[in-house]
Ligand binder design. Structure first.
Ligand code: 5AD
Ligand code: SF4
Length: 440
């Protein structure tokens, strides 16, 4: 039997594409392995959101050169977001001539055909569709075992934030039909999955491309009824499109978790405008207020970037002030990185690296202090935890996520795995909460 390795870089979207790529390989008789020395196929599913992600791929490919020399029959493939950038396919071809196949995000379903072609002709494949075809349904996904499964609801992004490469490599926004989503969720419930994470670059614009009147709130109402599934999460939301009706819907639906991941990017309205985000600081603060009005215990997390072109000390202070005002439970923090072909890359006033470095340090320090305080606020509270298994923190300990998406660790029997436990939080840490199982 032939063996494969898929190495995934980047976001959940890519992770989920890799599950589909793996599903197709397994349907073709390949089985997973960890050993690049003996693998028949090594596929790199790549990310290009920042240069660091690309550099990891370049160095991985460099390391594969000697493997290919000692095992020339091994097929090496590069797919995902990197080759989808203009000129990158040809560049990869030139830099790494021993790579057998290069394809983009819109060619995923052709993987089995590419492999057959390589095996028959031993000629390298370079195929990058610039426009997405219709959404492919029914591709098998080889999901990792567990309780949580990703389900795509929208592909692509039409926002064109000026720093972001995603719209160029993931194509225009396309929503999946609700019936297809429900069918997939029912199948997952049957397979024992308990939690669904709905995926899209901007889940709030779900349905905008439909003729029928169905939006994200409407979709959630339909999905909340899928039996066997206990929790629904979604990523990523866009603050511009997150309206009060949606907050009310989430507050009312039992399965949709009270966790809001709302990337703010900057606290300065001037910078938000240059980013083309479609909202300002006040809009964002009002949105947070509304969420807390309907769901006081909601957890709120965000993505923040420092060093966008033209960001001065005042803009950065505005970001720091916004963090203090909102008090996010946690943040993903990024240093702005110019992506070739995006409008921001061509803006003058690029911020010097030294300043970016100082700002990100200040930001992380502030966020860590607040994250710790937010976690301490949960001490004494009762949390519903979906138990994922044994924790590696210590013997006899289990772990799982609260509805607010925080990791909770507590003593309990491993037979609780897969069930919902009620836990009193006894001690906060920066990265997790410690608790005591409430006897039922
Ligand atoms: N540089 C730095 N961070 C970026 N992000 C997107 N594009 C860039 C870029 N060019 C960040 C944003 C986004 C997250 C997924 O990655 O904060 O929300
Ligand atoms: Fe990029 Fe903006 Fe789309 Fe997010 S919403 S993927 S940041 S363009």
């Amino acid at each position: 039997m032939k063996s494969y390795i898929i190495k995934t870089f980047g976001c959940q979207m890519n992770e989920h594409d890799s599950e589909i790529l793996a599903g197709m390989l397994e349907a073709k008789g390949y089985r997973p392995t960890e050993d690049t020395g003996t693998a028949d196929l090594v596929l790199l599913n790549t990310c290009c959101i920042r240069a660091t992600a690309e550099n990891k791929v370049f160095s991985y490919l460099g390391r594969l050169k000697s493997r290919k020399r000692s095992n020339p029959a091994m097929i090496i493939g590069v797919c995902g977001c990197m080759p989808q950038q203009e000129g990158m396919g040809a560049r990869l071809r030139q830099l790494f001539p021993y790579v057998d196949m290069i394809f983009g995000t819109h060619n995923v379903q052709q993987l089995p055909i590419f492999i057959d072609r390589i095996l028959a002709e031993r000629k390298p494949v370079l195929e990058i569709l610039t426009e997405p075809d219709e959404i492919m349904e029914g591709l098998p996904a080889a999901r990792k075992e567990g309780l949580r499964a990703w389900v795509t609801i929208t592909h692509g992004c039409d926002n064109y934030c000026t720093y972001c490469i995603v719209p160029y490599v993931r194509g225009r926004e396309r929503s999946r039909e609700p019936d297809d989503i429900i069918k997939e969720m029912l199948g997952l419930a049957g397979d024992g999955f308990k939690e669904i994470v709905l995926l899209g670059q901007n889940v709030n614009s779900y349905g905008k491309d439909f003729k029928k009147p169905l939006d994200f709130a409407g979709l959630l109402k339909k999905l909340d009824g899928v039996s066997g599934i206990e929790r629904i999460r979604y990523m990523t939301s866009h603050p511009r499109d997150f309206n009060e009706e949606l907050i009310r819907t989430i507050a009312r639906l039992g399965k949709v978790c009270e966790h809001f991941h709302l990337p703010v990017q900057s606290g300065s309205s001037r910078i938000l405008e240059k980013m083309h985000r479609g909202y300002n600081r006040e809009h964002y603060l009002r949105l947070v207020e509304k969420i807390r009005q309907y769901i006081p215990a909601a957890t709120i997390t965000t993505d923040i970037m420092v060093g966008f072109p033209g960001e001065d000390d005042g803009d950065f202070r505005a970001t720091m002030d916004l963090i203090r005002e909102v008090r996010f439970d946690s943040s993903y923090t990024f240093v702005y990185n110019a992506r070739p072909g995006t409008p921001a890359a061509g803006m003058t006033e690029q911020v010097p690296d030294e300043i970016k470095k100082q700002r990100i340090q200040d930001l992380i320090k502030l966020q860590n202090t607040i994250s710790m305080e937010k976690n301490e606020e949960e001490e004494g509270s009762q949390q519903e935890v979906l138990v994922e298994g044994e924790s590696n923190i210590g013997p006899g300990l289990l772990y799982g996520k609260s509805r607010g998406n925080k990791t909770v660790v507590f003593a309990g029997d491993k037979t609780l795995t897969g069930s919902t436990a009620h836990v009193t939080i006894t001690r906060a840490h920066l990265a997790y909460l410690e608790g005591l199982l409430i006897k039922q």
